[in-house]
Write a new protein. Structure first.
Length: 135
């Protein structure tokens, strides 16, 4: 089924993962174009998943991750907020929203979201160091 949200999300995760792996060694313009190609494919698949079933929080969350990797924190924020609306108890969503807010230079809001994540048991994220929240 071309509109199966789970399949679309899984394909998007695969494309995102390929882009993330390649980005670690991307040195040339051609390398960066290949990384961006994988991220664009992932973005398209997550958007298609969201159109297919707007109630699947993971595809919004994953879309936020793509946007964050593309240095698009405002778009990441919107995607993470939608994921939180659909699944408010998921601490990782709050931690990554904090990361997007940090990139937008909105540290007080980032701190609030990071504390929500921490209070819900999420303990490992680079944003906690940036906000001096290590416990």
């Amino acid at each position: 089924n071309p509109n199966d949200v789970l399949a679309l999300n899984a394909l998007g995760v695969a494309k995102f993962s390929m882009g993330a792996l390649l980005s670690k060694n991307a040195k040339t313009t051609a390398d960066r174009k290949e990384v961006n190609h994988f991220y664009k494919e992932a973005e398209s698949l997550f958007q298609q998943a969201n159109r297919s079933d707007g109630s699947f929080s993971a595809s919004y969350y994953n879309l936020g991750n793509v946007y964050l990797m593309q240095a698009r924190p405002a778009d990441a924020e919107a995607a993470y907020r939608q994921a939180i609306i659909l699944s408010p108890g998921t601490p990782q969503y709050h931690a990554d929203l904090a990361a997007a807010l940090w990139q937008e230079k909105r540290a007080p809001e980032a701190r609030t979201e990071a504390l929500i994540a921490m209070n819900r048991g999420y303990t490992k994220h680079w944003i906690f160091d940036k906000l001096n929240l290590n416990r």
